[in-house]
Design a protein around this ligand. Structure first.
Ligand SMILES: [Ca+2]
Ligand SMILES: [Ca+2]
Ligand SMILES: [Ca+2]
Length: 496
């Protein structure tokens, strides 16, 4: 049996090991002379960046090397690993520390069926099916919200490596379930290894855009299954890993977080200790206080509400921010209390180089009385219309010189909207619109549509230099052949 693999050795072994039953065959991108510089993003370019959100998560189960490879092939400038930690202190790429979620009753107890099985409501791995890990099933409070399931901090890396990734939203992306149980959960070091291999082979300098997930939970509040504190600093582990893997070029990394304290700590304490200075991006959730505990934390930065509730020294933690937040920092401080000019100036002046806002928080929209069928397939899935109003914090952040990278653009109709005139937007329309507001990049689940939309925008509005940058990008990414990474089930190998 001959396995043909045009990728560098590491990627072939990645495909083989991670997927044990897959091989990544003959990607167009990496054909030709390895020494040939196929072009790379010019870090000085004004061209807005396309960030592959959790990889190309519209095409492969999110946060797998396969998802990141497809994103790179589709022309993403950056790939985005969300980071959580294992029991033995290794950063791995998962959207959440919960590896599979189970149903809870009103008293936060796990619901079991007559056969003693829990009801899995969402999963990004197959952990729920593995008998040997049944003893890890538990209920925890993650940022104040009860969650039942299996959690990364209760698994060693070796145990994590026994799991296989699954599509998180199979009802939206049924085609991705074809790739269920093929890929391992990658470590951050493996993600860095991937972009290094791509650079060695093609010259493309792909960037990495890691997010620290639940840093307060991991550092201060969270416990392992046995009750012992987790006590891990995601910021420290992240910088330590980047330095150890010799991936510290500030033009190729943005570090993002929904929490404030860990970014300030990175700027003032952790990065100076390692003598690096990597750009930081302050994420913002909903600014209307619509999503709060006990159901969600999307409207409030958890570190602030935790520290305020604990009676911590807020001035010591947040410096001038402590007094600039509307009403001061309290157990109910929301992102909406942190969008004034004064707060944004403070962030720009003191620690962050960028802001990552939720697109709905500045491109205002309202619900439609009836869903609309935007693509004419007979299924009406558009449920909102833009009002035409833009929240002023966006322009202010840009005027402060911050990079602004909104999230998350998605191609499927249910994530699209009507424009202010009532016409259905395509994903290309949305990219063109958002770039027209001046943002300097965006997160997207389908990077290929991000690259296409950017090309349409630059064609219409770009200067000559950015058009040239964009054209050199076209050549390197195989835009005409988005599907040219072929992942074959092992049974098909013999016929290859
Ligand atoms: Ca993320
Ligand atoms: Ca900084
Ligand atoms: Ca439709």
């Amino acid at each position: 049996m001959k396995i043909f693999c045009a990728w560098p050795a590491m990627l072939c072994s990645v495909a083989g090991l991670l997927a044990s039953s897959v091989v990544i065959a003959s990607p167009q991108l990496l054909k030709g002379d390895p020494a040939q510089d196929l072009g790379s993003r010019n870090p000085d370019s004004d061209m807005p960046i396309v960030i592959g959100h959790r990889g190309a998560s519209g095409f492969r189960p999110e946060h797998t090397l396969a998802a990141y490879i497809v994103a790179i092939q589709q022309g993403a400038d950056f790939i985005e690993p969300d980071l959580v930690v294992t029991k033995d202190g290794v950063l791995i790429a998962r959207h959440e520390n919960v590896l599979a979620v189970v149903e809870l009753d009103d008293n936060n107890n796990i619901v079991f069926d007559a056969n003693g099985a829990p009801n899995v409501t969402q999963e990004t791995t197959n952990v729920a099916e593995l008998e040997k890990f049944r003893d890890r099933l538990t209920v925890k409070f993650i940022d104040g919200i009860a969650e039942g399931g299996w959690f990364s901090e209760d698994f060693t890396l070796a145990e994590i490596k026994a799991l296989r990734a699954r599509e998180r939203i199979p009802n939206v992306r049924p085609q991705n379930t074809e790739f269920n149980d093929l890929y391992e959960v990658p470590t951050l070091a493996e993600v860095i290894g991937l972009v290094k291999q791509v650079e060695a082979r093609t010259g493309r300098k792909i960037g990495i855009y890691p997010e620290t997930k639940h840093p307060t939970f991991f550092a201060k509040e969270g416990a392992h299954l046995d009750g012992s504190p987790i006590n891990q600093s995601l910021g420290e582990l992240l910088i330590e890993t980047l330095v150890r893997e010799q991936f510290t070029d500030p033009s190729r990394i943005f570090i993002q977080s929904f929490e404030f304290e860990n970014l300030i700590e990175l700027q003032n304490q952790i990065m100076p200790r390692y003598q690096v200075d990597i750009p930081l991006v302050q994420l913002y959730g909903d600014i209307t206080d619509a999503s709060v505990q006990p159901s969600s934390n999307f409207s409030r930065p958890y570190d602030m509400i935790y520290n305020a509730a604990q009676g911590a020294d807020l001035n010591a933690i947040y410096g001038g921010l402590a007094n600039l937040a509307v009403g001061g920092i309290t157990p109910t401080t929301g992102y909406g209390d942190l969008v004034s000019d004064e707060v944004i100036s403070y962030i720009a002046d003191n620690y962050a180089e960028g802001m990552g806002p939720w697109k709905n928080s500045f491109l205002l929209r309202e619900s439609l009385p009836e869903p609309v069928d935007g693509d004419g397939d007979g299924v009406a899935e558009i449920t909102t219309q833009l009002t035409g109003e833009i929240e002023p914090f966006l322009a202010f952040a840009l005027a402060q010189g911050l990079d602004v990278h909104p999230y998350t653009l998605r191609t499927e109709e249910q994530f699209l909207t009507l424009d202010a005139d009532g016409a259905p937007q395509t994903i290309i329309d949305e990219v063109v619109q958002i770039l027209g507001l001046g943002v300097t990049g965006f997160f997207i689940d389908q990077p290929i549509d991000g690259v296409r939309g950017r090309a349409v925008f630059l064609d219409e509005f770009g200067d000559e230099e950015s058009k040239e940058d964009d054209e050199s990008n076209d050549n390197e990414t195989g835009l005409d052949a988005p599907g040219n990474i072929i992942i074959l089930p092992s049974d098909d190998r013999d016929s290859e």
